[in-house]
Write a protein that binds this ligand. Structure first.
Ligand code: LMR
Length: 332
C-alpha cells in the first residue's frame, strides 16, 4: 500500500489498481531529472520492474529507490548495460543528455543530444521494438523525428514514440488555476504544437471547465506558458527537473493505464502525425490504449488568436523537424 498521505501526489488518476505487470526503463536515471522521475515511478503500483540506466551511479540510485516501501522492484545498470536495462521494457522513458544553461535555447542542445538519441533508439529497435518510448530530452521537436527515423531504418514502429509535452499542459493548468482562484487539479488546458517557445500553442479557448479570460490575459498567459521553461532556467541556472519529472511520471502513468486497457485515457504528446498541413510531427491530445495511440484527437476548433500563433508555430516546427530528419538520414 502507498501510505494514504502520499496518494494526494497522484491526482489525474495515478492508478492504485492492483495490476502490477509492467516493466519501465528510465534512461538518464541518475541525473537531476532522472532521479525524481525514478522516485515518482517507484510509487506507481502498475509497475513491476523499474530499471534505471545511466552512464554512472544508476545502480546506487536503484538501491536508494529500492528501500521505498512500494511494489516495483528496482535494478540499476551502468554504461555497458543499456541492452539489459531495455530488455522486456513495455515503456522506455528517455531523460538522458544535457539540459539548458541560462541563455541557451532548447535547439542549442541538438548537437549534444542528437547522437545520444540515435544510439539509444538503435538499441531500442533491436532489444525492445514493441516498447512505447517517451522522449523528455531536448530539443524534443527535433529528437522525436530522429527517434522515429531511426526506428523506421531498423524496421521499428514510429507510432510508438512520444515527445513529452505534458509539462506545457501542467503549467497552463497551474497558471489558469492561479488566475481564476481554482484548483489547477480541476483544470485542463490543451497545449498543442511543439515544445519550444515559438511552437507551443496553449488553447485557452478549449479550457475545461470553461474559464473566462479576456484577450489581454490570454496573450500574457500564452507568453508565460511559452517561456515557462526559460523562466525556470533563469531562476535555477539550469533546466527544470522536478516539474518535468512530475509531468513525465504523469504521462508514464497514462501510458500504463492505456496498456492495461483502461478507457478514455487522454494525454497530449508530440508525435508523428498528419493532423496539421505542412508538418509531419505535432503535439495534440491523444486517446491512449493497448498499442499506445488509439486515436489522434486533433487540434479542435481554434479561435483567431490561436490560428495566428499556429501559423508561426508550423513554420518554426517544420525547420526543427527537417533538422532532425536530415540528421537521421545522413547518419545512416
Ligand atoms: C522545460 O520546459 O522545462 C524543459 O523543456 C526543460 C527546458 O530546458 O526548458
Amino acid at each position: 500500500m502507498i501510505p494514504s498521505g502520499l496518494l494526494c501526489l497522484f491526482r489525474r488518476n495515478f492508478s492504485v489498481s492492483l495490476k502490477n505487470n509492467y516493466k519501465v526503463a528510465v534512461l538518464g536515471a541518475s541525473g537531476g531529472l532522472g532521479q525524481p522521475l525514478a522516485l515518482l515511478l517507484k510509487l506507481n503500483r502498475m509497475i513491476k520492474q523499474l530499471d534505471l540506466y545511466d552512464l554512472v551511479k544508476a545502480p546506487g540510485v536503484a538501491v536508494d529507490c529500492s528501500h521505498i516501501e512500494t511494489p516495483p522492484k528496482c535494478k540499476g545498470y551502468g554504461k555497458k548495460d543499456l541492452k539489459k536495462a531495455l530488455k522486456g521494457a513495455h515503456i522506455v522513458m528517455i531523460a538522458a543528455g544535457l539540459g539548458r544553461k541560462p541563455g541557451m535555447t532548447r535547439d542549442d542542445l541538438f548537437k549534444k543530444n542528437a547522437d545520444l538519441i540515435k544510439e539509444i533508439m538503435e538499441k531500442c529497435a533491436k532489444v525492445c521494438p514493441k516498447a512505447l518510448v517517451g522522449i523528455i530530452t531536448n530539443p524534443v521537436n527535433s529528437l522525436v523525428p530522429i527517434a522515429c527515423e531511426i526506428l523506421k531504418q531498423n524496421c521499428g514502429d514510429p507510432k510508438r514514440v512520444f515527445g513529452i509535452t505534458t509539462l506545457d499542459t501542467c503549467r497552463a493548468n497551474t497558471f489558469v488555476g492561479e488566475y481564476a482562484k481554482k484548483s489547477p487539479l480541476d483544470i485542463n488546458v490543451p497545449v498543442i504544437g511543439g515544445h519550444s517557445a515559438d511552437t507551443m500553442i496553449p488553447l485557452f479557448s478549449q479550457t475545461t471547465p470553461k474559464v473566462d479570460l479576456c484577450g489581454e490575459v490570454v496573450q500574457k498567459m500564452t507568453k508565460r506558458v511559452q517561456n515557462a521553461g526559460t523562466e525556470v532556467v533563469k531562476a535555477k541556472g539550469s533546466s527544470s527537473t522536478l516539474s518535468i519529472a512530475y509531468a513525465a511520471a504523469r504521462f508514464t502513468n497514462s501510458l500504463l493505464r492505456g496498456l492495461k486497457g483502461e478507457k478514455n485515457v487522454i494525454e497530449s504528446a508530440y508525435v508523428k502525425s498528419d493532423v496539421v498541413c505542412g508538418v509531419s510531427y505535432f503535439a495534440t491530445p491523444l486517446l491512449l490504449g493497448k498499442n499506445g495511440i488509439e486515436k489522434n484527437l486533433g487540434v479542435g476548433k481554434l479561435n483567431k488568436f490561436e490560428k495566428k500563433i499556429m501559423a508561426k508555430a508550423v513554420k518554426a516546427l517544420k525547420k526543427n523537424i527537417d533538422k532532425g530528419v536530415k540528421f537521421a538520414k545522413s547518419s545512416k
